[in-house]
Design a protein around this ligand. Structure first.
Ligand code: CIZ
Length: 330
């Protein structure tokens, strides 16, 4: 029975017995219910460790499209749950806290984006995966940071393109492809916050360290970077590189997998400009806790529901992304 209080809160805060081994209880529930746990690289390490699959949005969408589970628990933010639900309309998709939204998705309300699209007829509309289902519904092709460059380059050189919502990613793609995409003015509140000055100070302390930066960072941060890429690309670089030390300018959850994959290398989180804290953590991703995950599996709630008409439109640009990515071997 789902309590009204939980519905109001958007998550279940039923007390969890402190004496149980939460991780093994979570795994037991998964087995009993044929559920799969997917976690984004930006979630806390304990969540990544209990998940069946950890990845970036592209990998998570690819996995969702082929899973045989009856229930998908998406440990990440709301739009990730929506993407899974759109790809798997007959499965139950759960997100442990409905308050886990995304500043980028919120910076691009569907009605305003649709108006912008209508004001620019003849443009192909590319939306970053960090958008709501309703925004995807007015999109021609979805991209993630792992495939944005290749998907843009797969379009004819003279194609007129609208790119939303991340202006930093859009500017970066324009700069490396020579395109002149029309950009929506959105940004990620975490990636916007990296401090150029603090990264320069860190570089002085660690002169050998390579700076790895996500393309959602501002251009001034990307200028300092040795490598720019998605979480999956930065992780791959760190694993394959001969270098031993890295300053990482993306949400600090990725350091968990980096440290696990490369125990002998040193990963230093790039700091934000607004606090004394050394890490830059997404407050929405951190809303996903082991207790909420356990209760979500136990009560099979909160469930992601996507309006059917919206889902019918939104699935097309997501499928297009998956098709192009498969063709390009991504
Ligand atoms: O694609 C994703 O999952 C995001 C939002 C970032 C990244 O690079 O993984």
């Amino acid at each position: 029975m789902i309590e009204k209080d939980w519905i109001d809160k958007g998550y279940i805060d039923a007390p969890v017995d402190k004496n149980i081994d939460l991780k093994s209880e979570i795994r037991k529930l998964c087995k009993e219910k044929n559920a799969v746990i997917m976690a984004h690289y930006y979630t806390e390490g304990v969540i990544q460790d209990v998940a069946d699959f950890v990845g970036d949005s592209l990998a998570l969408a690819q996995k969702a499209a082929t899973t045989e589970a009856d229930i998908i628990v998406m440990c990440g933010v709301h739009f990730m749950g929506e993407t899974n639900k759109i790809l798997c309309p007959n499965k139950k998709v759960l997100v442990p806290d409905l308050n886990a939204t995304c500043s980028l998705a919120e910076s691009c309300p569907a009605d305003k984006f649709e108006k912008f699209v209508k004001e620019h007829p003849g443009y192909t509309v590319i939306s970053y995966v960090n958008t709501t289902a309703a925004t995807k519904a007015v999109t021609d092709v979805v991209v993630t940071s792992s495939n944005a460059r290749q998907i843009v380059e797969s379009l004819p050189k003279d194609e007129k393109i609208i790119f939303g919502p991340d202006q930093n990613l859009g500017n970066y793609i324009n700069s490396i492809t020579g395109r002149n995409m029309l950009l929506w003015n959105g940004a990620c509140h975490i990636h916007e916050k990296f401090s150029v000055e603090k990264i320069i100070e860190l570089k002085k302390l660690h002169p050998e360290a390579k700076v790895l930066a996500h393309p959602e960072c501002k251009g001034a941060v990307l200028k300092l970077a040795d490598v720019v890429g998605s979480t999956a690309a930065l992780l791959k670089y760190a694993v394959n590189s001969e270098e031993k030390e890295f300053i990482v300018a993306t949400e600090s959850g990725i350091l968990h997998e980096m440290k696990k994959s490369c125990p002998n290398k040193n990963f230093i989180p790039a700091p934000p400009n607004d606090s004394t804290c050394a890490c830059n953590e997404c407050n929405y991703m951190r809303m996903i806790t082991l207790e909420k995950l356990y209760n979500t599996l136990k009560y099979e709630w909160p469930e992601i529901i996507v309006d059917e008409e919206v889902a019918i439109k939104a699935v097309k640009p997501i499928h297009k992304m998956l098709e192009i990515s498969e063709k390009l071997g991504l």
